[in-house]
Design a protein around this ligand. Structure first.
Ligand code: GLC
Length: 465
């Protein structure tokens, strides 16, 4: 597919303008370059936002900035982090960081959530870092970076933190609300799909960058073990298609004992009406959350697409997700791709689950707003499933407005017609998502560096050391 050169060159100009240099080296891109709205925290380098810039750079053979970013994050990784004198967990990677100046020198200050609005933790940062490290090595061939002792140590710290035993009987991570891209209350506490899939992809990445040696033996064993359980748990219990929905509808409840069919005691009455109409005959998706007495039936785009990329979804499930997207195109893509989740929380649900959050009113921002940065993920998933014509259609829609609208952070409304009420303009992951998607559509082979072709059998290592 040929993308309009004017749009692409504008996009590149913004991406270059957003680069932050530290001690003369490029180390990341700021979240937004908007000069009209208060910068708040948008002048910082966010780990999750930079991940998208990094994909755009890597797919276009720019390695230095990604390498420097990966190194800085190892330096900033928390070893002793305090908030109100309470020490946060060792091994966290920052949600964001910033270059500051003082006493004649430059230095970087990180935020692990202790400065963030609502003091939200970033469960996703370390996982994005692991996934980026793996992609960086695959594309650049620079195996030396991950083999460094400080990197190996950083990886083991992360694994220690994520695989520590908690009060749980299930393999998914227990996650607080607002712990990732959706960094405000949205009823996501528990086991949100978006994070669980990221957890899976992060562990898979770790497996590829931990060489087999005595020190890593127990880590590799623990990761491999957990991965197998995660695949089973998510593929079995989160999956929703019409036949599974019918089973849930007819489930017995209050079952005690090991042979329960309705393991999580889900009541049929909790199936929302929209789900029955929305779920197409030939499609399916992974539910948004699962816990005792609770299934969140909302569709979360990032988790479902990442499940395709990481092969957490089986081949049949990947095709079913794509079918659903095609069938429900108007709801998810509308006039600007791509809804973060569907549908919106409304009424009492919105009041109780968001705490009356005015930024997350129905069909706005995280509450079923549309986020163009997701285009990179969507494009890679379509290429993996042989449906790239869908990504071409999405890019065509996006190209009509993004430049004209100055690359907003998000769009609002049921059909994504309005520029987000509080959206920053010149938002860099919007810009980078468009560049990355365009690069993959011009050269679909490049998408293969971003995906995991199949689930691991005992793990494969890309580090030859
Ligand atoms: C908002 C988003 C968050 C993003 C940040 C910077 O806080 O909710 O996901 O990382 O902006 O763009």
């Amino acid at each position: 597919m040929k993308i309009d050169n004017n749009i692409l060159s504008e996009a590149w100009k913004h991406l270059e303008d957003s680069v932050i240099y530290f001690e003369g080296r490029p180390i990341g891109t700021v979240a937004a370059l908007d000069t009209e709205m208060a910068s708040l925290n948008y002048d910082r380098i966010f780990t999750r936002d930079f991940f998208v810039s990094a994909i755009a750079f890597l797919l276009n053979d720019r390695y230095d900035i990604v390498k420097n970013f990966l190194i800085e994050l190892v330096r900033l990784q928390s070893t002793e982090k305090e908030m109100d004198c309470f020490e946060a967990g060792k091994g966290l990677m920052p949600a964001s960081f910033k270059k500051e100046k003082g006493e004649g020198r430059e230095y970087l200050t990180a935020d692990f959530g202790e400065k963030a609005i609502g003091r939200v933790t970033a469960v996703d940062s370390s996982l994005w870092w692991l996934i980026l490290l793996r992609i960086y090595i695959k594309i650049s061939g620079d195996t030396g970076l991950a083999a460094r002792e400080d990197f190996q140590h950083a990886i083991r710290l992360i694994i220690d933190q994520y695989l520590t035993a908690h009060f749980e009987l299930i393999p998914t991570l227990l996650v607080p609300d607002g712990a990732y891209m959706i960094d405000r209350r949205m009823g996501l506490y528990g086991h949100p799909l978006d994070i669980e899939v990221l957890f899976y992809a992060g562990l898979l990445s770790a497996l590829e960058v931990l060489p087999r040696n005595k020190e890593n033996e127990r880590y590799i064993e623990a990761i491999t073990h957990r991965l197998g359980h995660l695949v089973f748990h998510l593929r079995t219990y989160y999956w929703l298609d019409i036949s599974r929905l019918n089973k849930i509808y007819r489930f017995a409840t209050e079952e005690f004992g090991e042979n329960a069919m309705n393991k999580y005691n889900i009541y049929a009455a909790s199936i929302p009406e929209w789900t029955l109409e929305w779920l197409p005959d030939s499609g399916g998706y992974f539910a948004g959350n699962l816990g005792p007495g609770r299934m969140d039936f909302r569709f979360f785009t990032s988790g479902n697409l990442m499940a395709i990329l990481s092969s957490l979804a089986s081949k049949e499930q990947s095709d079913a997700i794509m079918n659903l997207i095609e069938e429900r195109w108007q709801n998810l893509f509308g006039e600007m791709p791509l809804k973060l989740c569907y549908p919106a929380l409304e009424g009492d649900e919105w009041r109780l689950l968001t705490g009356y959050d005015p930024k997350n009113v129905p069909w706005s921002y995280h509450n079923a707003g549309s986020w163009p940065f997701l285009l990179w993920l969507f494009t890679a998933a379509t290429i993996k499933t042989g449906k790239s014509h869908l990504a071409e259609k999405a890019i065509e829609i996006a190209a009509k407005r993004l430049l004209k609208d100055s690359w907003p952070e998000y769009y609002d409304g049921k059909n994504n017609r309005l520029i987000g009420k509080e959206a920053r303009k010149l938002q860099l992951w919007t810009v980078a998502g468009f560049i990355a998607a365009s690069t993959m559509l011009s050269n679909p082979k490049k998408a293969s560096e971003l995906v995991f072709e199949q689930e691991p059998e005992g793990g494969t290592c890309i580090l030859k050391v």
